[in-house]
Design a protein around this ligand. Structure first.
Ligand SMILES: N[C@@H](CCC(=O)N[C@@H](CS)C(=O)NCC(=O)O)C(=O)O
Length: 203
């Protein structure tokens, strides 16, 4: 496990034990961090579980996760794996860290006023794709509010794009969200979505 380049701004770690024997360092974190800790004894992310593959018991290391996803969900003979080098290893961590710093560590901490029952909400569906500058602020705000969410990836070439168009009857555009907690219905425009999430899920 590599140390996260982004340091926590939370309170200092507090020692705790799990199972009465092994000492773990318990850090006070928001959102689902406690659930992850109870389940695995760790608080590092990413952590992957795959309900499509019950044999896979859970995975922490980002490189292992990428390998697992490529092995399980791609035809590795159909492309040159070396071409993925910018997405992997030190280069990927370095460039991702630059992006995170440029975004002011958005999404790293729970925002003031976030409702304490946010983690109990039904997952909000977000249609988007990772590199979209309009999707990013929405996902950051979901993290800052501690809201569970499901991302439907709509990268170019994905059939999810046609599904979104069919659902909305409008020209393709992301981000869009659907919030089953309020029944507001699917809607677009990143600034409207961020405003909606903030006003609905803060006190
Ligand atoms: N004003 C919109 C702009 C949304 C937008 O332009 N989204 C781009 C993604 S960055 C998009 O959906 N482009 C169409 C495409 O990817 O085919 C917002 O703030 O949400």
């Amino acid at each position: 496990m590599k140390p996260c380049p982004i340091k926590s701004t939370g309170p200092p770690p507090e020692a705790s034990t799990r199972g009465g024997a092994t000492p773990y360092v318990k850090k006070e974190r928001a959102g689902f961090s406690d659930e992850l800790f109870e389940k695995t004894g760790r608080r590092t992310v990413p952590y992957l579980e795959d309900p499509n593959n019950p044999q896979m018991s859970g995975m922490f290391e980002s490189e292992d996760i990428i390998e697992y996803l490529l092995d399980t969900y791609s035809d590795r003979n159909s492309y040159d794996g070396k071409a993925l080098w910018p997405m992997r290893g030190t280069f990927a961590v370095f460039t991702s860290t630059l992006a995170t710093i440029a975004r002011g560590l958005a999404g790293a901490n729970l925002m003031d006023g976030a409702r304490t029952d946010n983690t109990s909400m039904q997952p909000i569906t977000v249609w988007g794709y990772e590199c979209s500058p309009f999707v990013k602020p929405v996902r950051e705000r979901l993290c800052e509010l501690g809201l569970p969410h499901i991302v439907i990836p709509c990268s170019r070439g994905s059939e999810n794009r046609a599904k979104l168009v069919e659902l909305t009857g409008q020209q393709f555009q992301v981000p869009q969200i659907d919030d089953p907690n309020t029944g507001v219905g699917i809607f677009a425009e990143s600034t409207d979505i961020v405003d909606y999430l903030t006003s609905t899920y803060t006190i």
